[in-house]
Structures are given as structure tokens and as C-alpha cells.
Ligand binder design. Sequence first.
Ligand code: AMP
Length: 558
Amino acid sequence: MSAASDDETFAALGLRAELLAALGTLGYEEPTPIQREAIPHLLNGRDLLGQAATGTGKTAAFTLPMLHRLRPERSTTAPFALVLVPTRELAVQVSEAVHRYGRDLGVRVLPIYGGQPIQRQVRTLERGVDVVVATPGRILDHLGRNTLALEAVEVVVLDEADEMLDMGFAEDIESILDTLPAGRQTVLFSATLAPRVDKIARRHLRDPIRITTRREAAAAGTVPRIRQQAYIVPRAHKPAALGRVLDVEAPTAAIVFGRTRDEVDQLTESLNGRGYRAEALHGGMSQEQRDRAMGRLRNGTADLVVATDVAARGLDIKQLTHVINYDVPASPDAYVHRIGRVGRAGREGVAITLAEPREHRMLSTIERVTKQRISVEQLPTVADLRARRLELTRAALEESILGDDLSGFRVVVESLTDEHDVMEVALAAVKLAHEASGAAAAEEDIPDVTSQVRRAEAGPRPPRERRSGSVPSTGMTRLFVGLGRSAGIRPQDLVGAITGESPVRGREIGAIEIADRFSLVEVPEAAADQVLAALRAGTIKGRKATVRRERDRPPRGS
Ligand code: AMP
């Protein structure tokens, strides 16, 4: 078990000290494959075309080299870097990443997206900003008003380019890129390198380095007999989901993988709070501490270890039954290495991955590379969990009946059965035993987003047209928007407004119908209220619109 070897560190990539310090504080132990490949080229000023899904560490791959260029005491107030992203959600996330990595550099970053009052953005821009992270539509608004200067831009990044194109931003992107200084560095990341992505790359990137997920990676034949499963869980519910999965699986010995030292420490703490005996294992610990943790797992004093990839390298634990990926691993290789720790010597092992909705594409990439199926399942429900816990209590009682000397308790039962039925006595005893095992603890509800992701997975939607008067698709709700063709509304304006202001992504939006004076748009029922609130608070093409659920439709099936 060794730390990352020297040529695999962030320092070896040539990043400046302030960035290395920030990464150390965040508990990143080593670069992910995409970071290892991309960062040296980006530091050399090369353009880059990268195929990478969310979960690979692509944000840091383009942000770190960008920040490496930031000169202290820049005299200009105009941004030197521009990141274009498809949605408001991503604009905020990338801005947070820039801020996190660039804290010691004093970087000034501003997310810019529609719906937010433009004046506030203008005032911040006037004070001076180093990095702008924006949705394309809002950039054009600012350019039209002359409130954003792009002539100092040295680096432009198109993040999730395929998603931006799906949302109808192609023309907007082209015109922004045409405005930028010719000598700038251009970086494009996309989950797929579809022909339309390639077309933009051919026009706007100069002799780019190409990076794709390696296909030969994992040696598929070597993956042992393992039940591979995944659950799609929103970030906020992941700790509860992990607890539930562990409760239902009841592993003999498990290893839970986290991404960073911080995450490993936090998970260890929360699992111990849940009654597990968990040990942390990461590169920030001394060899002695790690040996002690491993010793506890081997002799059964601990049920599970929570580890980073680096700390778990070279570990061989014979009794391991489960590998749990708290996050999607950053590459198919990492996945194969992790899950290869179970299912040794012909025993069946279990590998479970918790993925965020945005990371579901990474799961497909892993499946493609390993040529093995990872079945996406619905998280065990509270009812499943209760049933499972009762089953465990039942098994414990049966074991006790068969194996324990119970004579010391006979007198209690006898005295109780003077007045009560034996069945009642047994019921009360089971209840107390069940509660004492901690199994009766309350459970929080975890929303099921699996079906939404499955729908998105089904691929590009058919053209956004439909017959008037039909019923919305299952799970979808149709919204009425009081602006139509006569106000110049196009489908991409609605898609832009919805994805810009709410968590709904482009491909989750269903049919759109544009009439002269109004439009109808289908959105996932689960997100309808959020979309309504967001559209009411914002504007579409600069105009306020009446927005409501479409009325007067007979319910489905009647
Ligand atoms: P991304 O694919 O850019 O969305 O990143 C996925 C997640 O991985 C984010 O939560 C990052 O904070 C985290 N991350 C990125 N690079 C590393 C790294 N080298 N080590 C650990 N975590 C990382």
C-alpha cells in the first residue's frame, strides 16, 4: 500500500505551488486519467478536444491549467478566461470549482446565466473579473449591451459541448467564438464526439490534441464473477443511500471507495454514527495507522474500510464480499481495479456504484469498455429495508433458539404466561430485540430519479413536434406559456429558459408546440413545480410570460 508514485502526482504535471496547495487541502491524492493526459498539453498552450463525461474530473482538467496562467496583479478588469456551459446549474458548479482551486490565487470568478438580474452582473463585471462561466444566451445579451469585454480572453472552454448543441445553442456559440481574439487557446469537452461537435472543433480549434476514453483499457476477460449494480442518487441523499444499501446487503466485509481524503473521513464518521464499525484509509495517514485499520478489518473488529484509490492500491483482503463506489470512479480502469478486489477464488462478489444523475453517462462508458453490464436498480425502499431488518431479527432469534442456553429466561416467560398468551409474550420480546438492534431507526425518504435517467438514456428525442390535443407522455406534464410565434418564440428559447433556470436538462424536455400566441411544452412531472416557479420568476426572450399547467385536459385513459 503506497502513496501515489512521484510521476503520478499533481506536482509532476507542473502545476504551480498555489494550486498544489489547494488540491492538498481538498484531499485530492492523485490526478485522474483525463487530468494526467490533458493538463501538460494545456499548460503548453495547446488546443484540446476531449471526450469526457461528468465524473472523470474534467472540470479540474481544464480549470487548473487555466488558473496556472493567471498573472498576479492583472491590471485589466476584463476576463482572461471564458467557460461556456449549457445550464445555470453547471455554471454555478464550475464557478465553485474555479473558486475552490484558485482560492490562494485570489481569482475573481463570475457565473453568468439568464434569469438573474443583469444589472448585478454588470456591476460585478465593472469591478473586474478574471474568469466568466456562462450560458451562451446570456453572453450574447451582454455583448449586445456592451457590458462584457472579451478582447482580453486568452482561454475559452466549451464544457459539455454536445449538451449545448442539443439545446440549440450552435449559432450562439459560433458567434461568441467569432468574437474572441484569434490567438486564444480553445478547449472543448464533450461526452460524445458527435459529428456536429466535430464540426465546431474543426472550425474553431487549431491543431488540437485529442483525448478520448481509452477503449482498450480494462481487460474485460479478467473481471471475475461479480454482481454489478448501480443506483442513481441525488448528491444530497447519498449518505442515506449508502447506509440503506449497506443495511440491505449486510456485507461480511466491505470496502467503500471515496474520491478524496475529506470524503473518506466524513463517510467513516457518518457510518460509525449509523452503527457500523468503519475504518478510514487514505494517503494522509501514516503506514502504522493504515496497518492498524487493515488489521481490524481482517480480524473482524471492523465491518468495513472506507478508502481512496491510492490508499487501497495493493490491498489484498480475502474475506471481502462487497466493493461499494460512493462515487462513479473517474475511469473504467479505476472501476475494474476497484471491483477486482472481490470475487476472488471463485467466490461471488458484489460491486455497487452510487452515481449522481449527471454521472449516468459515465456508467455507460464503463459498461462499454468492460463489456459487462451494470444493472441500474431502484434503491431499496424504506419498506424493503424494514422487511430486510425484520428478516435479520428473525434470523438472529432462530440462531439463538438453536444455539443459546435459554434456561435462565424460562422463569420470565412462565410468569408472563400466567396472565398472557404465549404469542403475545413472543411478540413483545421480538419487538424489544428488534429495537435493541438499532434496526427500527427512522429512515429519510430518498427521491427516486432512476426513471428520469432511464428516459434520458433512451437517446435523442424525436423532433419536438406533436399532434395538437394529444395527451402528454407518461411522467410528463404539459405547461402553457403565454408567448408564441408572434413574440418570436422558437423551441430553443423555451429549452434555454427552462434549462437555464431549473434543474431540468435539455434532453429531459418533451414535445414543444408553438402556436401564434402561446406555446405548450412537456416537462418531467417531478420537476414541473420547479420549472413553473423558475419561468415565472424569469423572462423568455426578455419578456415576462404567463406560465401555468395546461388546463382542461381529461385525465389519461379516460
Ligand atoms: P467532474 O467530472 O469534473 O464533474 O468531477 C467529478 C468530481 O471529482 C468532482 O466532485 C471533483 O471535485 C472530484 N475530483 C476531480 N478531480 C479529482 C481528483 N484528482 N481526486 C479526487 N477527486 C477529484
